[in-house]
Design a protein around this ligand. Structure first.
Ligand SMILES: [Fe+2]
Length: 309
């Protein structure tokens, strides 16, 4: 993978050099398009990622950084960002993750006091974050799902992604309607989602089904708590959260059904999993958080203790 990235960047560089005599002469890329990184900049960023990434140790014979080391991962991300030749600056501070600023303009008062408003905002913001996390993960799985069920899961995950996107927009705009800013930033998702990061690389179909069965369960239960918190202080928000829960529960069923064991087929899922059962945490016969012996366990399957930054 690393070699192919390097080769791709080298091709870009060679192509740019062929088009630009100035590049060939000086080794620098003319900035024809303001803000667009040139080939040399792309190569520099990849070099930073290579020098600081977990593969760096492995390629040099050193042991790779331990998985789940979020501080090391954050440092690597920052190193890549600092390599950008055109850092984006703003006069406004980054603020906390999440930041939900309350408007000073007149808005419709819920009439339940400031503490209640903050609870309302909290329930909406956490739901937004989880919907965005699921948006990213359904797309990741849509692209990388592999195995017998590749095509139906590729389509189903796209459908879920589109549904999640609509729900996320509705919830974000409800935040604005009650007088708060919405926080959809990448750092807010990484730092505050209760769903752990989905494994990288190709994803086996059975792994995808087990992953989303658990991820949707976790988020659905989180949204249910939000419905209860808001039902008295803001019935409109509570109703919107009910709509979200309805969708998440449907998506959870659509993943779970593939693995549903029945009276005539107690081995559902084995055909997708090299003849081994797909065990889910909480399933009868499975230890909580355990996968079947020999099964490729998804790292940080939702429902297990989630690694938090
Ligand atoms: Fe697609």
């Amino acid at each position: 993978m690393t070699h192919s990235l390097r080769a791709f960047a080298a091709l870009l560089l060679a192509g740019s050099a062929a088009l630009s005599p100035a590049l060939a002469a000086t080794g620098t890329v003319p900035t024809g398009t303001a803000g667009a990184p040139g080939a040399a900049a792309i190569l520099a960023r990849i070099r930073v990622a290579e020098a600081t990434g977990p593969a760096a140790g492995a390629s040099s014979g050193q042991p790779a950084a331990p998985a789940g080391d979020s501080q090391a991962a954050a440092a690597r991300s920052d190193a890549v960002r600092r390599a950008s030749p055109a850092p984006v600056a703003s006069r406004q501070p980054t603020g906390a993750f999440p930041t939900n600023e309350i408007s000073r303009q007149p808005w419709i008062d819920l009439g339940a006091g400031e503490d209640a408003l903050r609870k309302d905002i909290g329930a909406l913001q956490q739901t937004l974050t989880e919907l965005q996390q699921l948006q990213l993960q359904t797309k990741q799985a849509h692209w990388n799902v592999s195995g017998t069920l590749y095509y139906p899961l590729h389509l189903l995950l796209q459908e879920h992604y589109e549904g999640l996107s609509k729900y996320a927009d509705t919830i974000a705009e409800r935040l604005l309607a009650v007088g708060a800013s919405a926080d959809g930033r990448a750092n807010t998702i990484v730092r505050t989602s209760g769903v752990p990061e989905i494994p990288g690389g190709f994803l086996d179909d059975a792994q995808v089904l087990a992953w989303f069965t658990q991820a949707y369960k976790r988020v659905g239960e989180e949204v249910n708590r939000g419905i209860k918190v808001t039902e008295d202080i803001d019935p409109t928000t509570s109703n919107l959260l009910q709509e979200v829960e309805h969708g998440i529960a449907k998506y959870q069923w659509q993943m779970r059904a593939h693995l549903q064991r029945t009276g005539t087929d107690p081995n559902a899922g084995r055909d997708l999993n090299d003849g081994k059962p797909v065990e889910l945490p909480g399933q009868p016969g499975a230890e909580p958080g355990q996968m079947a012996p020999g099964q490729t366990a998804p790292q940080g399957t939702p429902g297990q203790a989630a690694p938090r930054p």
